[in-house]
Write a protein that binds this ligand. Structure first.
Ligand SMILES: C[S@@+](CC[C@H](N)C(=O)[O-])C[C@H]1O[C@@H](n2cnc3c(N)ncnc32)[C@H](O)[C@@H]1O
Length: 160
């Protein structure tokens, strides 16, 4: 994601907050807002990121993306890792909302971890199609991790 020190980042479905730590560690004047609808995950992510929260670089909230109170046109980067939101019935509506939350020039990053190359390729293809259908230009990348698992990322830039 090439996080810049002044990025305004939104993570959807932060889970235990591992990515919050990585992103917040790159920020100076920027900030990450991370949401998760599960109370337990918010507690774990908060405990893990207390120093970033105290420094004003991170905010972790319990909220479902569908109803979260978030500023329009604000975020330079929005990302999610292994969040099923993209594959549910109202994905179109939620992706439109993500677009509206992006600042001009902002980007959406959809990460997914899959057990095999074949699963990863299928996931990349489906995610690309989804974002392109909703007005994003896409690029893809992937990396093999431990035990042959593949981490994929589709980056979306709004085009219209
Ligand atoms: C499989 S976990 C992944 C957690 C973390 N991103 C990771 O990679 O370790 C998916 C997380 O997304 C959250 N989640 C799923 N749909 C959500 C939504 N619509 N709004 C907010 N959080 C959501 C779940 O509560 C869960 O913590």
């Amino acid at each position: 994601m090439a996080v810049a020190p002044d990025d305004q980042v939104l993570e959807i479905g932060c889970g235990r907050g591992a990515a919050v730590s990585l992103v917040a560690g790159q920020l100076t004047t920027g900030r990450i807002v991370a949401i998760d609808r599960a109370t337990t995950m918010v507690r774990l992510a908060t405990e893990r990121n207390l120093s970033h929260i105290d420094a004003g670089r991170a905010e972790i909230r319990r909220a479902g993306f569908e109803s979260a109170d978030l500023p329009t046109g604000h975020f330079t980067k929005i990302f999610a890792v292994n969040v099923s939101l993209f594959w549910l019935g109202d994905a179109a509506q939620q992706i439109a909302r993500m677009r509206s939350l992006l600042a001009p020039g902002g980007r959406l990053y959809v990460f997914g971890e899959r057990p095999t190359e074949a699963h990863a390729t299928a996931n990349l293809t489906a995610t690309e199609l989804l974002l392109e259908t909703h007005g994003f230009a896409t690029t893809t990348s992937s990396a093999t991790r431990g035990q042959g698992r593949v981490l994929t990322c589709v980056t979306g830039t709004p085009i219209r």
